[in-house]
Design a protein around this ligand. Structure first.
Ligand code: ADP
Length: 614
């Protein structure tokens, strides 16, 4: 009994398709049908050929059963069995087992119907057509040449044979249909169960999604807060340090202050990188295209890199195609960040030699160009096997030999992401110990027909041949002005920040009031008119946005129309748009520089209150 069950399980295992299972059913039944057929043949005493044919049939059935179960993927066994049964076995048996008046006709009908259950429609059509021709052929041959048919001995034998065929064919079809119905029912049950499981899984996923979204929102707000919290003290450190750099004459102290300045900026760029990275990760990074002047971007990068290169005794060269359109339309901030990242790396990973920035372009069409930015260095280079890890986040190469060089391993991954977001590409060519060239190509819209000219010539003109580095160049370019009659209100809940702004604006001689809360700000604005208000955002009780709206709506307010600038440590992407949308006239992010503050004054103070130096 056990071995019977095992056989049954084997012939109906899940791995078999329904057709293969049917083949097993039909062949199993055909094999069983052979037994009484065989007995009838012997008892009734048909020809030796008849007996041999029946034995041959049994062998064929066993072989096909074997093939079907040995190659469950193959479509051939069902086709084979339908073809052999209909086209060879049944026609031969027709003549050997008694012809028209016997059970063979029922078996032929069985074969014809069964073909449709076994094989694909197109095979079933072909086999049925041939079958039809053969069956009618058999009938006609019997009619014309009855001597070809081995008739059974008596009419009784024919009736017995027909009855046996009838019973078996009915039984086989009955079994098949029963089996099919059972299979469909059990499949439907499984489908229903799976449906139920999927529904539950979906519910769980949705719940997980909600949890994930709230976790991601928590992460974003954590980042915004962290950015604010870290930027606030850096603002104080860098602001106060700038005062030392400005006012102190002691060489040693100036050196210390310079170190504080560079470490502070390093910390700041680290915070910025981590913020950018988290934004990119959460898919919230957006581009903010504006019209910009390419020279100004190059000039900023030049100013920022010049001193760093000089400190390492590296030559820093900028070359450009003078025919690049001067004004472009794109995300200026990110373009600058890409160039800065590549230049910073070039300086960091080069001990001696030259760092070169080459800016070129390719025309895409009348309105668009591809901006080509190449940064070339004669530094440590990158080995072939390391190139594939270059753009991985938090991955630093040659960690042992580079351990003295600061970095997080985020710069290039951010650079690549920005480049791709702008529809551009980044490539690197590098030879170990000889140097590297990073090339970025970014499509940009042309905003104006003018061309940029030679960067070097323009820089020299601008710096009046200074070539001494950024501080001096900037100092000389800076517009000197005072605004002794201007009234400015600075609002910030951190006293140190208030002091920083006051001190940074000292040279302007403006009259500055300091308010340490939204409430205090409203008290001041009720009694005094200001030409400009610099407002922090995150303050307890009443934040900067609320305070700004209250000032603008103050009844009998003296400052309803005063320009209010957001001065805040919130440096997240999109912050600027948010502040402008709220009603601020501009946005300055902490740590604020004296030059930015002065520029802001020049822009928003009434002209008559600005006194320019001769
Ligand atoms: P990091 O903050 O470590 O500089 P990056 O993502 O900017 O992070 O760079 C990843 C790694 O790629 C660096 O740690 C360094 O090993 C390698 N690398 C980047 N730029 C250069 C370069 N110009 N020359 C040699 N190696 C470089």
């Amino acid at each position: 009994m056990d071995s019977l069950k095992r056989w049954f399980k084997y012939f109906f295992r899940d791995e078999l398709s329904i057709r293969h299972k049917l083949v097993n059913v039909i062949l199993g039944c055909a094999l069983m049908a052979q037994i009484p057929g065989f007995i009838v043949t012997i008892v009734v005493g048909t020809s030796l050929l008849g007996i041999i044919t029946q034995i041959l049939m049994a062998v064929v059935i066993i072989v096909v059963i074997y093939l079907t179960n040995r190659f469950p993927e193959s479509p051939l066994p069902p086709i084979l069995i339908a073809t052999v049964g209909n086209i060879f076995v049944f026609p031969v048996m027709y003549f050997l087992c008694g012809g028209y008046g016997t059970g063979i006709v029922i078996w032929m009908l069985f074969g014809a119907i069964f073909t449709w259950l076994l094989v694909d429609a197109k095979w079933a059509i072909v086999i049925s057509l041939v079958n039809f021709v053969l069956i009618s052929g058999c009938f006609h041959i019997e009619k014309a040449y009855p001597e070809y048919v081995s008739y059974l001995a008596t009419r009784n034998d024919e009736i017995t044979d027909t009855s046996v065929a009838f019973v078996f064919v009915t039984l086989i079809f009955g079994l098949i249909f029963k089996y099919q119905t059972r299979s469909y029912e059990s499949q439907a049950r499984v489908l229903k169960e799976n449906d139920e499981k999927l529904r539950k899984l979906n519910e769980e996923l949705e719940e997980a999604n909600v949890r994930l979204e709230s976790a991601s929102a928590a992460k974003s707000s954590f980042l915004a807060n962290m950015s604010h919290e870290i930027r606030t003290p850096i603002n104080a450190v860098l602001g106060m340090d700038e005062m030392i750099l400005r006012e102190c004459t002691d060489k040693q102290i100036l050196e210390y202050a310079n170190d504080i300045d560079s470490a502070g900026h390093q910390l700041l760029s680290l915070v910025n990188d981590i913020l950018d990275f988290s934004k990119i990760e959460s898919g919230k990074m957006e581009l903010h295209p504006v019209e910009y002047e390419l020279f100004s971007v190059m000039n900023d990068c030049y100013n920022m890199i010049f001193m760093r290169a000089k400190r390492k005794d590296l030559a820093f060269v900028v070359e450009n195609d003078p025919n690049i359109p001067a004004f472009l339309y794109g995300d200026e901030v990110r373009i600058r960040q890409i160039i800065m990242n590549l230049l910073t790396n070039a300086v960091k990973y080069t001990k001696d030699g030259t760092v070169k920035l080459i800016i070129g372009y390719e025309r895409i069409d009348a309105d668009n160009i591809r901006l080509l930015i190449s940064v070339k260095d004669t530094g440590i280079g990158i080995s072939e096997e390391n190139k594939k890890y270059l753009f991985d986040s938090f991955r630093r190469l040659e960690e042992k030999s580079n351990r003295n060089i600061e970095g997080t391993g985020l710069g290039l991954s951010i650079t690549r992401k920005f480049t791709e977001m702008m529809g551009g590409t980044i490539e690197v060519e590098s030879v170990l110990y000889e140097g590297s060239t990073f090339t970025v190509a970014i499509p940009q819209r042309v905003a104006d027909t003018g061309v940029i000219g030679h960067f070097d010539e323009r820089l020299n003109k601008r710096n009046l041949g200074a070539g001494e580095g950024h501080s001096k160049a900037k100092q000389e370019n800076k517009e000197n002005f005072t605004a002794p009659h201007a009234r400015i209100l600075v609002v910030d809940d951190v006293k140190m920040n208030l002091n920083v702004v006051r001190l940074l604006l000292k040279n302007t001689e403006a009259q500055i009031d300091l308010a340490s809360s939204g409430d205090e700000c409203l008290k001041y604005t009720l009694i005094k008119h200001y030409d400009l208000i610099l407002m922090d955002h995150m303050m307890p009780i009443m934040d900067g946005i609320q305070a700004m709206h209250r000032v603008k709506e103050q009844a009998d307010g003296l400052n309803n129309d005063t320009p209010i600038v957001a001065l805040t440590a919130n440096a997240l992407v999109g912050a600027q748009e948010m502040y402008i949308e709220e009603g601020f006239v501009s946005y300055l992010s902490k740590p604020v520089k004296s030059t930015d503050l002065e520029e802001c004054l020049l822009k928003f103070l009434p002209e008559e209150k600005i006194e320019k130096a001769e």
